[in-house]
Write a protein that binds this ligand. Structure first.
Ligand code: GDP
Length: 178
């Protein structure tokens, strides 16, 4: 008989500019659906999903935050206790990519992870289904990720490209922080 293990709860937080697709990415992963109507997240929202990571039952608690300055004061309590942070940008918006540096700094300051130099960040370039791309994955995004020691994924919440892959990696990284 296999050993019974109770699930552990891991917190993954999504941050980045408003409109990059954070809610859509989370919804695609947890609820298997996509909606094209845009509804700004007010403050923060979370969804849970049960998964097995390395044969360990895990409840992934995924937090979606509002990407507007108006809510950035919420950062402190929201960021704390995270086991992994997903920095999300839109590949058709250079500005959303450039903003990630500041989002990351904010997270490290306000979230106060125990070991900030080894805290896992996963960078996600969303909306690869669109043709008006402004950020090159192989050049700009990968280059920055190498510099900050983050993993890079790109895909599409709309067309369900590599969403699972990005979350699986986030869950694995989160488990190592537990
Ligand atoms: P958030 O503010 O970062 O949470 O962004 P939302 O998830 O609300 O998405 C903002 C807008 O982008 C919505 O109209 C979504 O339908 C759209 N969107 C999200 N992901 C994708 C994607 O992968 N491809 C395309 N084409 N549109 C997307």
């Amino acid at each position: 008989m296999s050993e019974w293990k109770s699930p552990i709860c891991l917190k993954v937080i999504l941050i980045g500019n408003a409109g990059v697709g954070k809610s859509s990415f989370m919804n695609r992963y947890v609820n298997y659906r996509f909606t094209s109507s845009y509804r700004a997240t007010i403050g923060a929202d979370f969804l849970s999903k049960e998964v097995n990571i390395s044969e360990r039952p895990v409840i992934l608690q995924i937090w979606d935050t509002a990407g507007t300055e108006r809510f950035q004061s919420l950062g402190t309590p929201l960021y704390r206790g995270s086991h992994c942070c997903m920095l999300v940008f839109d590949v058709t918006s250079k500005a959303s990519f450039s903003a990630l540096e500041v989002w990351r700094e904010e997270f490290l300051i306000q979230g106060e992870p125990l070991d900030s130099s080894n805290f896992p960040f996963i960078v996600v370039g969303n909306k690869t289904d669109l043709s008006n791309r402004e950020v090159s994955g192989s050049l700009q995004a990968l280059h920055w990720c190498e510099r900050i020691g983050a993993q890079y994924f790109e895909g599409s919440a709309k067309e369900d490209v590599d969403v699972d892959k990005a979350f699986l990696s986030a869950a694995q990284a989160a488990l190592q922080q537990y």
